[in-house]
Design a binder for this molecule. Structure first.
Ligand SMILES: [Zn+2]
Length: 348
């Protein structure tokens, strides 16, 4: 980790004047920038119509610049492209390649270049940025310390002088999900994918990229350790996700298991007992008292095993679902059978 960080270039800039209270854009020009977000609840066509309407209104004004940007990453090389449209002028295309950066950094960089270019036009009063990553654009105005501050500071300085030029100068960010295939953004999106660059020389890594590769490596180790059954335990119940893949460890949002049953302590306890087969059932007791009888209380099975409880035992909701191997159905079983794998159901 130390070696990798030695090679990385820092991107923090918390002491920059753009981040000091009272000088910040959010304090002085909060009504000069806005975000238009695609409402996931509503129809895609409705939002595409909103974008069309915005273009119709803006494209006839010589003082409005519309900038569409996108990024794609191949072989660790990020290609970021922006197209700037200004009334009666040819489209300005900008293409940048960067090695060992994250998509967030590349996205911010292309927004930075686009804004810089648009604000340099004479008599420009409005800049419209169309991007599929408004969550990245929001980082520009984030007052707390974050690893993209070098980019944010440059964009904010640029915006500062742009807003100071005239009280009506403003910037709008419009979200445009790539799946919408809305024409101006789709053009850029397609163009980013046409490049197939290969880095020729060893390159430094960005701070963010180093963190990302470090956590990817750690995840790989977790997954490898997890696949070796003697480390996770021979009795571990492998469950599938909605795409029929075996659930593997991840740190994202606490991992898939906890995301599904972590909201309830009792459910979490039952699920853990069942998954590890460390539960108050006969199959477990048999490991310590191999000569004793451990029939299932239903009387139909010689051993009360986890498999029997989950799949066959008439005491538990006889038939619960055809699918018995997915995490969602497993949790559904535990919720509809609150006595399964609990001590209240225990024989002792
Ligand atoms: Zn039974």
């Amino acid at each position: 980790m130390a070696n990798r960080f030695n090679k990385s270039f820092p991107s923090f800039s918390p002491l920059h004047s753009e981040f000091s209270p009272e000088c910040r854009i959010i304090d002085n020009f909060s009504d000069h920038f806005s975000f238009n977000i695609c409402d996931k609840e509503k129809d895609d066509k409705y939002y595409a119509h909103q974008l069309d309407k915005m273009i119709l209104e803006s494209s006839l004004s010589p003082s409005t610049a519309i900038m569409a940007s996108d990024v794609s990453i191949k072989n660790n090389v990020a290609t970021s492209i922006s197209h700037t449209h200004v009334y009666n002028s040819p489209i300005i295309k900008m293409i940048h390649h960067a090695v060992h950066v994250t998509s967030t950094e590349a996205e911010l960089f292309t927004i930075r270049c686009g804004i810089n270019q648009a604000s340099n036009f004479d008599n420009m009063s409005k800049i419209i940025v169309v991007t599929d990553s408004t969550h990245v654009a929001r980082k520009i105005f984030k007052p707390s310390v974050h690893p993209y501050q070098i980019q944010s500071a440059a964009i904010l300085s640029n915006l500062h002088s742009f807003f100071k030029c005239h009280e009506n100068n403003s910037i709008e960010f419009w979200e445009c999900p790539s799946c919408l295939k809305w024409h101006l953004h789709n053009e850029v999106n397609k163009e980013t994918k046409t490049f197939n660059p290969t880095p020729l020389y060893p390159c430094k890594m960005s701070w963010d990229f180093s963190k990302k590769s470090e956590s990817n490596d750690i995840l790989k180790v977790w997954k490898m350790m997890f696949q070796a059954s003697d480390l996770k335990g021979n009795q571990f119940l492998d469950l599938l996700d909605n795409d029929n893949n075996i659930i593997e460890p991840s740190y994202v949002k606490g991992g898939l298991w906890l995301k599904t049953f972590g909201h309830s302590n009792s459910l979490c306890a039952c699920a853990t007992r069942a998954i590890t087969n460390h539960a108050p059932i006969s199959e477990y007791r048999l490991r310590f008292f191999p000569r004793k009888e451990f029939k299932c209380p239903c009387g139909l099975y010689p051993i009360e095993s986890r498999r029997h409880i989950l799949h066959e035992c008439g005491r538990f909701n006889g038939y619960w679902n055809l699918r018995r191997d997915s995490l969602n159905h497993f949790v559904m079983f535990l919720e509809t059978n609150p006595s399964a794998f609990t001590f209240s159901d225990s024989l002792v």
